[in-house]
Design a binder for this molecule. Structure first.
Ligand SMILES: [Zn+2]
Ligand SMILES: [Zn+2]
Length: 214
């Protein structure tokens, strides 16, 4: 897979994790409101909210509308942010194929293997931006773990990170020094190289059985 596609896939999974955390946070606020004194003051359309299954069905516009409307005293800030991020994802996904009602992030992610590298690079940029907004709200650090060994690209030791968002078979490794691929002849060992792209490896390529996380 082209490194731009690997970056896009990692960005999509990172955002997925962040949105799920944001949704969980918003749900907690609903539970708190229902349990607290304020529950009597304002009606919460928890029916609409409760009908929604977990992330993966945000394509339903009524659910999106409900997200911004239910909280006591005005929109819950986390739910409002989630709705806003989902609307931006809807925009980004509107030209992509996908089953009706499929959530936009899933459509984007499923389309990544067929993206041209420069489109994937733009997608990474957009997803990373949304991910940053969501994680800043939650004080949620990146999903990553340091691993042992030297970077095949720049030889730095202790600089490699395993990116652990999403299913394990789609994890990737990046170098914390921000080293860039030199293109053809680069020592990084990637089957597909492109000069100037930040190094990224599928985890399985760089972490044969026995490699340790630190
Ligand atoms: Zn490196
Ligand atoms: Zn390289």
């Amino acid at each position: 897979m082209h490194p731009h596609l690997l970056h896009a896939r990692a960005a999509a999974w990172a955002l997925q994790t962040a949105l799920e955390a944001l949704e969980a946070h918003a749900m907690e606020a609903v539970a708190d409101a229902l349990a607290g004194d304020r529950s009597g003051e304002v009606s919460i359309p928890s029916q609409a909210y409760g009908c929604r299954r977990q992330l993966g069905n945000h394509g339903d516009p009524t659910a999106n509308a409900a997200l911004g409307a239910w909280a006591p005293g005005g929109p819950n800030p986390d739910a409002a942010l989630l709705g806003d991020l989902l609307r931006q994802l809807d925009q980004a996904a509107q030209h992509l194929p996908g089953a009706p009602g499929m959530d936009p992030l899933t459509r984007i992610r499923q389309h990544i293997p067929r993206m041209r590298p420069h489109v994937a690079a733009k997608t990474t940029e957009a997803l990373t931006h949304l991910n940053k907004i969501a994680r800043e709200r939650l004080f949620l650090p990146p999903d990553r773990t340091p691993i042992t060994g030297a970077c095949p690209g720049c030889r730095a030791r202790g600089a490699l990170y395993l990116q652990t968002s999403g299913p394990e078979q789609e994890w990737s490794v990046v170098c914390g020094t921000g080293c860039l691929c030199a293109g053809q002849g680069c020592p990084c060992g990637m089957p597909v190289t492109e000069a100037g792209v930040g190094h990224i490896w599928p985890a399985a390529l760089l972490m044969p059985a026995g490699t340790r996380t630190t």
